[in-house]
Design a protein around this ligand. Structure first.
Ligand SMILES: Cc1cc2nc3c(=O)[nH]c(=O)nc-3n(C[C@H](O)[C@H](O)[C@H](O)COP(=O)(O)OP(=O)(O)OC[C@H]3O[C@@H](n4cnc5c(N)ncnc54)[C@H](O)[C@@H]3O)c2cc1C
Length: 258
C-alpha cells in the first residue's frame, strides 16, 4: 500500500514513521528546497510524548528535550496562581508528561528516523482533486502525482485543504506570537520549571527552556499596535539577562493569497 504525504514538517515526518511501521510505502513532498532545523521553542505534552513512544521515536526526541517537572501560572506581578506537578503525571504514565525543545531539534530527530530517499523537496503542491478512487495532486513544477491515500500535512495555510474544502477558512484571532531563544540560563533559574505569566489583557508569556543549555521566551499578545504595558518589564528583564537578545515577531496572519 502506498501513501503520499504533503509537507515534511512535524506532522508529515511523524505520520511517515507510523505508516512505515505498518509497512506502507510512503512518499513525502515538501515545498522547501532544503530541510532546515527551523523554529524556536516548542512544548510536547503527555499525549504527544505517548504518541512518540508508540512510534518508537520517544528516546530520540527526549534526548534533545528538557524535561519539565513543574508549570507555574503567574499573575503579572509574579505571584503563583496555580502550580502543576508534572512529575506526578510522569510517574503515573511511565514516561515524561511534559518536555520542551527546539522545533529544529524535534524536526532533526524525526528526520533521522526516515530514509532521505522518501522525501522530495522543491515540490510545492498547488492543487488536489478527487479522480475516481484517487486523489490527483498537482505541483508547481507541473508534475501530477496520484494516490489512494493522501495526508495533508502542509501546515496552517494548507493548499490541500484549500483545494478540497474551499469553504474552510483559518480564523485570524488578532494575536501575535513573539519567540526568542538565548544561550545559557539566568542565575538561579530552574530549567525544569516552566512559568507562564498572565497579563491583564488576556495574553501570556512563557519564559522556558526550549533546549538543554538555552532559555526561551514566548509571548502571545493581542495586536494593538504597541507592546502591552505588562509585557514591557518582562522583555526588559530578559534583555538584561541576555544583552545580545534580538526579537523577531512571528505573526499568523490571514490567508495567504496566491
Ligand atoms: C519553519 C517553521 C517554524 C516553526 N517554528 C515553530 C516554533 O518555534 N514553535 C512552535 O510552537 N511552532 C512552530 N512552528 C509550527 C509548528 O511546527 C506547527 O504548528 C506544528 O508542529 C504542526 O505541525 P505541522 O506538521 O502540521 O505543520 P508545520 O510544522 O508547519 O509543517 C508544514 C510543512 O509543510 C510544508 N508545506 C506547506 N505548504 C506546502 C505545500 N503547498 N506543498 C508542499 N509542502 C508544503 C511546509 O514547508 C512545512 O515543512 C513552525 C512551523 C514552521 C513551518
Amino acid at each position: 500500500m502506498r501513501a503520499v504525504i504533503i509537507g515534511a514538517g512535524i506532522a508529515g515526518l511523524t505520520v511517515a514513521k507510523g505508516l512505515r511501521l505498518l509497512e506502507w510505502e510512503t512518499e513525502i513532498y515538501e515545498q522547501a528546497s532544503e530541510l532546515k532545523p527551523l523554529g524556536a521553542g516548542l512544548s510536547l505534552s503527555a499525549n504527544a510524548l505517548r504518541a512518540l513512544r508508540t512510534l518508537g521515536l520517544y528516546e530520540a526526541v527526549v534526548a534533545e528535550a528538557q524535561p519539565i517537572h513543574r508549570l507555574d501560572l503567574l499573575d503579572d506581578k509574579g505571584q503563583v496562581l496555580q502550580s502543576t506537578d508534572f512529575q506526578r503525571f510522569s510517574r503515573q504514565y511511565g514516561h515524561l508528561s511534559m518536555a520542551v525543545l527546539h522545533r529544529g531539534d524535534l524536526h532533526k530527530a524525526l528526520l533521522s528516523e526516515l530514509p532521505r530517499s522518501i522525501i522530495r523537496t522543491d515540490m510545492e503542491c498547488v492543487d488536489a482533486r478527487q479522480v475516481g478512487d484517487n486523489i490527483a495532486l498537482r505541483f508547481a513544477n507541473g508534475e501530477i502525482v496520484e494516490s489512494e491515500l493522501v495526508l495533508a500535512c502542509d501546515g496552517i495555510h494548507s493548499a490541500v485543504r484549500r483545494a478540497l474544502f474551499p469553504q474552510s477558512r483559518e480564523h485570524f484571532a488578532r494575536y501575535a506570537c513573539w519567540r526568542a531563544i538565548a544561550p545559557g540560563f539566568p542565575q538561579g533559574m530552574d530549567p525544569a520549571r516552566l512559568t507562564e505569566s498572565w497579563g491583564p489583557e488576556n495574553a501570556s508569556a512563557w519564559p522556558r527552556s526550549p533546549a538543554k543549555g538555552s532559555t526561551g521566551l514566548l509571548a502571545v499578545v493581542p495586536i494593538t499596535g504597541t507592546t502591552p504595558s505588562w509585557l514591557r518589564p518582562i522583555l526588559q528583564k530578559f534583555r538584561r539577562c541576555f544583552p545580545d537578545f534580538t526579537s523577531r515577531r512571528s505573526l499568523i496572519g490571514p490567508r495567504r493569497t496566491r
